[in-house]
Write a protein that binds this ligand. Structure first.
Ligand code: TXA
Ligand code: MG
Length: 375
């Protein structure tokens, strides 16, 4: 994008519960004219365009700096719109939709003939979701067409959960950001592939594996493959894992601008190992940030590190909703490294662990395999 393409970005506050019709109509007019608009969903902010206007879709990729190989999600406001986007819709999809839509579940279905290949990255499948945020629903209805929307961040950056996050990434690149406050869920939708032999989660998100299995018992969890580590890392009991390679599921997809070290294992040893690393780095003059839970704060209080708590570890939904804001806050705080603890994998925990793994470039430090020496 050259200087010439600079667009003045306007941020307009919208009532998240009862969006003002005049504001929605203004945004819908932009979309009708082939433009893009940033809008809130219950998961993260999206960068939307009319799903049936290829020139508008191209603007999404240009604004984000996103490669065309990464397919987009089509957002609908009523189940009838599913027929516009997909064919041979399996019975399972109907059952899941009736339980989880509107909500943070994206279904991968056979692509309908009218869906541009720009949306699907050339695939014969299409991703569809019905968001539950009143602003998203009002905007889709006002446009009268499904909205294709990736998260409203620059490619490879953390997804935005506030209008300010979206502005930080896309100022000068989009004409309008609808500011509906903080996103409730805070991590992206669960992407469930219904075109594979067995339904499989491609990206864990706002709807848990347990919840999906209560409707379709054979849903498979996301696959992560261990890729091993360096000889030195193996020696220290560290190992690397890499997210399954599927479109857009690159292991460093959510990379923050500052290196992040992710610690996993017993909470007490996790704190010890993180404190030791923090001490050592500070002794070398590094500014250290720690991303932890309320329960850990006391242990880090006098550590000299910049402490950011995501909420109580006993409340995964709260951790999820504050996770991306936490990453951005430390990134903006001018620290040179972020030390982050991991969380249990039940419920929203699976999505939290997935995003942290990606932020850490696919590397996890397993503390229980480390030698810990108490002074
Ligand atoms: O919560 C969300 O899903 C947010 C809000 C805005 O709705 N959107 C979002 O979009 O996270 P994006 O583009 O950042 O992520 C879409 C994910 C990517 O991982 C992409 O690879 C996957 O969905 N995806 C889209 N179409 C697909 C397809 N046909 N097959 C497999 N994966 C697909
Ligand atoms: Mg994204």
């Amino acid at each position: 994008m050259s200087q010439r393409d600079y667009i003045r970005t306007e941020v307009v506050v919208v009532d998240a519960a009862r969006p003002e019709p005049a504001i929605i109509e203004r945004a819908a007019r932009l979309l009708r004219g082939g433009g893009v608009v940033v809008f809130p969903t219950e998961t993260v902010y999206g960068l939307g365009a009319d799903v049936f206007q290829p020139e508008a879709l191209e603007r999404i990729f240009a604004a984000k700096g996103r490669p065309y190989s990464d397919p987009l999600i089509a957002h609908i406001a009523d189940e009838g719109a599913l027929e516009l986007l997909a064919t041979d819709i399996p019975e399972q999809a109907r059952r899941l939709a009736s339980v989880f839509w509107p909500g943070p579940l994206t279904l991968i279905l056979p692509r309908g003939p009218r869906v541009p290949y720009l949306v699907t990255a050339g695939l014969e499948t299409v991703a569809v979701r019905m968001p539950r945020h009143p602003v998203s629903l009002a905007l889709i209805r006002a446009l009268g067409s499904p909205i294709a929307a990736p998260s409203a961040n620059r490619f490879m950056h953390v997804s935005p959960t506030t209008a300010q996050h979206a502005l930080a990434d896309l100022a000068g690149r989009v004409p309008l950001i609808l500011d509906g406050g903080s996103c409730e869920v805070g991590v992206e939708s669960t992407v469930l592939d219904l075109c594979s032999e067995t339904p499989v989660i491609l990206r864990p998100g706002g709807v848990s594996l347990e919840a999906l299995r209560s409707v379709v018992p054979d849903v498979q969890p996301p696959r992560y493959s261990k890729v091993g580590g360096t000889a030195q890392a193996e020696e220290k009991g560290q190992w690397a894992r890499q997210a399954q390679q599927s479109p857009g599921q690159l292991p460093t997809h959510y990379a923050p601008a500052v290196p992040l070290l992710l610690y996993d294992g017993n909470v007490v040893s996790m704190r010890e190992v993180m404190l030791a690393e923090s001490r050592q780095r500070q002794a070398q003059g590094e500014r250290v940030g720690v991303l932890i839970a309320d329960e850990d704060v006391a242990a880090f209080q006098h550590s000299g590190a910049l402490v950011h708590s995501l909420g109580s570890a006993a409340n995964p939904a709260q951790i999820a909703s504050s996770l991306f804001n936490g990453l951005r806050t430390l990134e903006d705080a001018d620290v040179q490294v972020i030390l982050c603890r991991n969380f249990d994998d039940g419920g929203m925990g699976l999505a939290i662990r997935d995003r942290l793994l990606k932020a850490a470039g696919g590397r996890v430090i397993e503390v229980d395999n480390e030698q810990i020496y108490y002074p």
